[in-house]
Design a protein around this ligand. Structure first.
Ligand code: IMP
Length: 200
């Protein structure tokens, strides 16, 4: 089955190919020559994921999925959340984003956080939502060079290393995105595709 992944982030495309495996042919936006920025103006992750999937579905008429992820920090009332990419400004600078988070957290003892990924799938003109979550803690300084985004300051529960200190395989064994995409993979393999829109 061929699916379009509504993303131009090659890092993510690689990560997701390794999760979905070889039974799906995944096309990124650059594979289908779409280079424009898709609007992401919705106030919640679900809305943004759906908006991106609908935008590409309208443009191509093909089966498509899109994801949106946020880092939700408990003592910051869920920030940066849907603003994770641009938390410190429009240029999406990961170091500046991390600095802002560490500054806002200060010496706060409650450093609980979670990554949450929402995937919107449009398959045969029907819409589906999938969610994946990993809980953990924000440490006080950066550790590790792997991964991207907030990885250097996030330690998932049950581990002692940050996501940025892990290889892709170890990160995928617990990550928000892996959990959401595992649900998508499972669904694509087993569903009778009977409902119009539901959260799985
Ligand atoms: P996106 O929706 O996947 O583009 O994610 C939005 C923002 O959340 C990214 O720009 C990163 O700042 C952050 N983010 C998403 N996934 C991860 C991750 O796996 N590790 C660290 N940061 C992430």
């Amino acid at each position: 089955m061929t699916l379009i992944f509504a993303s131009n982030n090659e890092h993510k495309v690689r990560e997701i190919k390794s999760i979905l495996g070889n039974s799906f042919t995944l096309l990124s936006l650059s594979d289908i020559n779409i280079t424009e920025d898709i609007p992401e103006n919705e106030p919640v992750l679900e809305g943004n994921a759906l908006a991106k999937a609908r935008f590409i579905h309208t443009a191509t008429g093909k089966n498509v999925f899109a994801d949106d992820t946020g880092l939700e920090i408990e003592s910051l009332n869920g920030l940066p959340g849907v603003h994770s990419a641009r938390f410190a400004g429009e240029n999406k600078d990961p170091s500046a984003n991390i600095e802002k988070v560490l500054l806002l957290l200060g010496n706060s003892e409650n450093r609980k956080a979670r990554f949450r990924t929402v995937i919107a799938l449009i398959l045969e003109n029907k819409e589906y939502l999938f969610e994946g979550v990993v809980t953990g803690n924000i440490i006080t300084e950066k550790r590790g060079v792997e991964g991207f985004g907030y990885d250097p300051v996030f330690i998932p529960d049950g581990k002692s290393r940050t996501f940025a200190e892990m290889g892709l395989g170890e990160k995928n064994s617990v990550s928000h995105r892996a959990r959401a995409f595992e649900k998508l993979r499972e669904f694509l393999h087993t569903s009778n595709l009977s409902n119009n829109k539901e959260t799985i």
